[in-house]
Ligand binder design. Structure first.
Ligand code: URA
Length: 292
């Protein structure tokens, strides 16, 4: 946040500064049926902080005065953030490694507290479809509809994807996901659908890799450049990645998995002229799947 927004939020009772802050944080919709009195909540918080400070002062007085300040400089904020992310990634790796089934992995993701997106999301969005399917699709992150329903790809882009999958025979009925499995790199919606940060991807990735290992599909298809970069560890944009084949290998996989990328359906909604290329890519995916 820049200095100006820091100073504008210095007064939590100023509605204009609060609104600006909400916008900067990506809040773009109201979801509750009843209004919440945030002023009362803030006043209560300030009261509690005041009371806690008074208790601390009283305790220090009993122990013969305030404690000496800690020696040495505290770590810079950026360094603290890197350390925190490292710890969370480590904890994600441990939790993911312990999961021996897709259901155990779902439980692990549901109980993981290391991704701060969980605090602003309404639901954890784990996966949909058949975990025994030969083909697994991996998108970027849940949007507003997915966050509300706790299911991936149920909004406008999901509807387009379902139609595409039905047209090429991967869904018997539009929306019948019994022949496919689908998930995302992130399990929680980034506020306002902003792009995921590298640290958000880093803390979710151990679960995604374990997810692929446990589903053990014949093929994975990343939807969009962000998912492709995260899972395949490549740097090219989606226009250069689509239509190419990769092998994805991790220690827990019995054999390397065939991997490719498709344009994200949300991009196809914005750029319908690209549907022709996506359709060609999808047909080669189906053709290849039949040979595996
Ligand atoms: N876009 C994604 O990448 N994933 C979803 O689940 C929905 C939209």
């Amino acid at each position: 946040m820049n200095q100006q927004s820091d100073s504008t939020f210095s007064d939590p009772f100023n509605p204009e500064s609060l609104l600006k802050w909400y916008l900067e944080m990506g809040v773009d919709e109201t979801i509750g049926d009843e209004s919440v009195d945030r002023y009362a909540a803030t006043a209560e918080l300030l009261e509690r902080k005041k009371a806690a400070a008074q208790v601390q002062q009283a305790q220090q007085a009993q122990q013969g005065g305030p404690r000496a300040p800690m020696m040495g400089k505290p770590a810079p904020v950026a360094q603290q953030q890197v350390q925190a992310t490292d710890e969370m990634v480590h904890s994600a790796v441990e939790m993911a490694r312990k999961a021996q089934s897709v259901e155990e992995l779902r439980e692990a993701v549901l109980s993981f507290e290391g991704c701060h997106l969980k605090k602003t999301a309404m639901n954890t969005v784990f996966a949909d479809g058949n975990p025994k399917a030969d083909i697994m699709f991996i998108g970027e992150a849940p949007g507003a509809d997915e966050d509300r329903q706790g299911v991936p790809f149920v909004g406008a882009s999901g509807k387009l994807l379902d139609k595409m999958l039905h047209s090429c025979g991967l869904e018997d009925e539009v929306g019948d996901r019994s022949k496919i499995y689908i998930s995302n790199v992130l399990f929680w919606r980034p506020p306002g659908n902003r792009n995921p940060t590298l640290s958000e991807i880093a803390v979710c990735l151990p679960f995604v890799e374990r997810h692929i290992e446990l589903v053990d599909p014949k093929m994975i298809v990343m939807l969009g450049g962000a998912a492709a970069k995260a899972v395949l560890g490549v740097h090219d944009g989606i226009s250069r990645l689509r239509g190419r084949w990769f092998t994805h290998a991790t220690p827990g996989l019995s054999r390397p998995v065939q991997a490719t990328a498709l344009f994200h359906p949300a991009y196809l909604l914005r750029s319908p002229a690209q549907k022709r290329r996506a359709w060609g890519d999808l047909l080669s995916i189906v053709e290849k799947l039949e040979t595996l």
